[in-house]
Structure formats: C-alpha cells, structure tokens
Write a new protein. Structure first.
Length: 243
C-alpha cells in the first residue's frame, strides 16, 4: 500500500466548534495532528521511533486551505503523503474529504528533525532511520518562511503553563492556534465561516514558564497574529488568517 492509498477516518467533536457552530481555527491543526500521528505510526517514523536516535519531528510551518465549511458531527476521511525533502525541510501534504468524496480542506506542512538534547536542527543529508521515498503531488502553494513589514499591536501578555508542553519539551503546535483564537473579536468569531486560509510559521520554541505577548495587525483581508517571546526576546510564531 502506498502512502496515498492509506485513508484515515476522523471525527469532529463539539469542542471543535464555537458558539456559532463554526469550526475554531485550531481544530484544523488538531485534525492534521491526529491523522499525521496515525500515519507516522503506520510507517514507524513516529516519535517513539525517532527518539531512539535522539530526534523528534518539529513543525516549521503549516498551511491550510479551506474549501467547504465543516459541520458538527461530520466524519472526515483523510490521507497524507511525504512530498518533498529540501535541505533540512520535509514537506507533507494532507487532504480531507467528506463521505461523498468532496474535498473539505487541504494543506501542507514543513517539518524538521530536532536534536532533542541540543535543541538544534538535524542537518545531515541522510536520516538515521528508514523512510519512504517522496510521493509526487503538491496540493497548494506553501513555504516554510514568512516576512512582513506590518506594524503589530500588543494585545495581551501570556505565560506558558506546564499543560501546554508536549513530549518534545516545548509548546505543542495546536496551542498556537488556541492563542490566536483567544484574541479574536466577537465579530471575527462569528465570521469564521469566511475563513479561506490559515498559515502558521513556527520560528522559536516556547518553553515552560516563558512569558510572551500576543500581538496583531490587520490589512483589510488578513488578520496577522504574532507571538513575541519576552523571555527570549524573539518572535516565536506568526499566524496569517485570510478571509
């Protein structure tokens, strides 16, 4: 069975939806993560396998294109494949359909292998464990990098709590979407059905007890959200919401 032939069934839960029965943005991340974890386990390249070599997968960016709105109680059928390897970046495609075969949303991720002890990117050309060859098929235009000249306005200061930390020792990627949603206005929460795309760029780890500012900018069509790590004095992440 090829990577593309593997299909995973995923269920939406009430916690994914807000008071307007619209999918919260970070629910796309959770669905991405659930399918990717099942898939990587099937291929024996999940964290239990890579940690034997002192390595773990770390997301660098995630892009989601939303084609149809997800409804409460909907069953989704997803498949994913490793599509590209350039430098330290490993690209993966993710595709989600309803039971009629309609594409609901799709996306791409860029990941690197993290040396867990050194907290640095593994940059050797060959990985120390078996991996399948890349499969052709790019779903959307995406990049691991992002730059902007927009001016950001600080909204609220937050602190990293122990519950945010995952097995790799940093804030789990799904939490960043939660942080962004927490500074949406009521009008923006009600308008989530108009969300067309979400791009998340992970620049610097947030670790336990770090203090960070949630900041935002707006250009009329996009909401730009930034997490500025005050403990390390650097930008931790950028999120672009396109309507």
């Amino acid at each position: 069975m090829t990577e593309k032939e593997r299909v995973y069934q995923l269920e939406t839960t009430v916690s994914f939806f807000n008071q307007y029965s619209q999918l919260k943005p970070y629910a796309y991340q959770i669905l991405f993560e659930q399918m990717a974890e099942k898939h990587l386990s099937d291929l024996n390249v999940n964290v239990d396998s890579t940690i034997k070599y002192g390595l773990a997968w770390a997301l660098i960016s995630m892009s989601v294109e939303i084609l149809k709105p997800i409804e409460p109680g909907m069953t989704l059928y997803g498949n994913t494949w490793y599509s590209q390897h350039k430098g330290p970046y490993f690209r993966r495609e993710l595709l989600f359909k309803n039971n009629s075969g309609d594409i609901m949303f799709q996306g791409s991720t860029y990941s690197v292998l993290l040396d867990v002890e050194k907290r640095s990117i593994f940059r050797k050309k060959e990985v120390p464990f078996p991996m399948v060859e890349p499969t052709e098929g790019i779903l959307l235009d995406a990049s691991p990098n992002f730059k902007t000249n927009m001016t950001f306005k600080p909204i609220i200061e937050r602190v990293v709590f122990p519950s945010y930390i995952d097995c790799v020792g940093h804030v789990n990627n799904c939490r960043y979407g939660e942080f962004a949603y927490d500074i949406f206005t009521p009008e923006e929460q009600e308008n989530l059905k108009q969300l067309k795309r979400m791009d998340i760029y992970f620049l610097s780890e947030l670790r336990n007890s770090d203090y960070f500012n949630m900041e935002r900018a707006y250009d009329g069509e996009q909401i730009l959200i930034r997490g500025y790590n005050k403990t390390k004095d650097d930008v931790s992440f950028n999120i672009v919401m396109s309507f």
